[in-house]
Structure formats: structure tokens, C-alpha cells
Design a protein around this ligand. Sequence first.
Ligand code: ADP
Ligand code: MG
Length: 263
Amino acid sequence: MAGLSDSPGDGSNLDRNSKVVVDGVSKVYESERQRVEALSDVNFSVSDGEFVCLVGPSGCGKTTLFRTIAGLEVPTGGEIRLDGEPVTGPGTDRGMVFQEYGLFPWRTVRDNVAFGLEEQGVKEPERSRRVGEMLDLVGLGEFADAYPKELSGGMKQRVGIARALAVDPEILLADEPFGSVDAQTRDMLHEELLRIWAETGKTVLFVTHDVEEAVKLSDRVVVMAADPGRVREVVTVDIDRPRDRTDPAFGEYVDRVRSLIGE
Ligand SMILES: Nc1ncnc2c1ncn2[C@@H]1O[C@H](COP(=O)(O)OP(=O)(O)O)[C@@H](O)[C@H]1O
Ligand SMILES: [Mg+2]
């Protein structure tokens, strides 16, 4: 189909000067009982300020790749580079958002968002100033003193985003962050995330199994396949924002990505 620029899942997706470079990454989980090839020679790169979604069926290695880029897993082969430097562990250059929120229930919204800044030793009044700025960014200024249990799923996820961004990471990593919220809230969070992305210029790597979500959000969609986890194709979504799900071009991309996944 003309206009849907695609590239195969090999080294041709890889620009070695990019912000994030996933270079020949493999990951094997091995135990006495079994050996799982979670990732096999995964290659792609993400430019500074780009919004890239990783999409694919359950078990294709999305979370493994997310955790490897986050520095929480060590690849069996290949490497991840950020600005040319190999990843050797977690760092404040990457902020993380998870599906299950991961908020501290005993901390208020304000203190959840302050967490990374405390870890970094950021002192008052700078810390409070920064927290206030983040709460304004996600529209939760009035809930600073609430506890997570008092918030809806969508609000908790906004706290998660504020907390991830508080330390001003260059890259935002999200693993199915909106998987637990209802469809209407998810649409709102998409608008919000795209606004935050535009305002902050962060590089975003967003994992989802929801093809429409990937087409709604991404500059490019990395389509993965399972057994072993690998890149099937990288699809550039060439539609102006804001994107409308009812636009025929939107539907074409969704169909194209679904057929690549085999749905
Ligand atoms: N810690 C682990 N130990 C062993 N196998 C794992 C581990 N984490 C993931 N796997 C396996 O690796 C494969 C990819 O899993 P995962 O990265 O969670 O995929 P996805 O997020 O796309 O659903 C699956 O077969 C899964 O069972
Ligand atoms: Mg997963």
C-alpha cells in the first residue's frame, strides 16, 4: 500500500546515531526445566523526541525488551545504547511507567511524585517546586494530599507519569500503562500523554498489545512476533495529529499492523 512505509525487522531499522539503539539484542531465559528464547536478534533505533510503540501478541517479549532497555535485565546477546553509551543498569535518564501503577500506597500523591527527587537528593524548596510543576502537568494539583487508594485508575496512572517525569528523564518507558483503565479513560490519557510529549519533547517508548493505541500514539510502530520474540516489521505512521480513529487512513494502518501480527 502506498504511503505505508515499511521496513523489514533486520538491521535496516537501525540508525547507530540514534538516541536509543537496540543492537542485535537477544534474551534467553534458562532454567533446569526449560529454555525460553524471549528475544532473538532484535534491531531498531529510536530518534531523540520520537514516540515509538512496541506492539505484538502476548509473550513476544515486549516486557523483556522494556526491562532490558530500562537496565533491569541483562541481554544474553547484543546491547542497548543510549546516546552511544551501553546500558549497564537502571538510570535517571529513563523514567518508567507500569500497568499496575507501582505507587506507594502509604505516600500521598505529592510524596509519590517526590520519590525520585528524594532519591536524587534534590532539596527543598526545589523539590516542592518540581513536584508542583509535575502535578500541574498531569492536572492533579488539587489531589496532592490524596492517597492512591482514593484515586481512580486513570488518576493513578497520571500520578505514575508525573512521578516518572519528575526527575526529568530524557526517555519515558511505559509498559502497557493504560491496560487497566476503561476505554473512555484511556482515550483521555492518550490525549494527555500526547500533550505532555509535545510539551516536554521527551523520547517515548511505549509497549502495548492494543494496535489502535499504537496507531493513535506512534510516529513508528515496532511490530513484534513471538517464538522467538523478534521484530517483524517497523511501520511508520504517516498521519497528522490529532488522529481520528474514524479516518480511513487510520483504519488502514490498524488493519496493516493487525495483519502483520496475524490477528
Ligand atoms: N523471568 C522470566 N523467566 C523465564 N521466562 C520468562 C521470564 N520473563 C518472561 N519470560 C518468558 O519470555 C517470553 C516473553 O515474555 P514477555 O517479555 O513478558 O512478553 P510480553 O510482554 O510480550 O507478553 C514468554 O515466553 C515468557 O513466558
Ligand atoms: Mg508484557
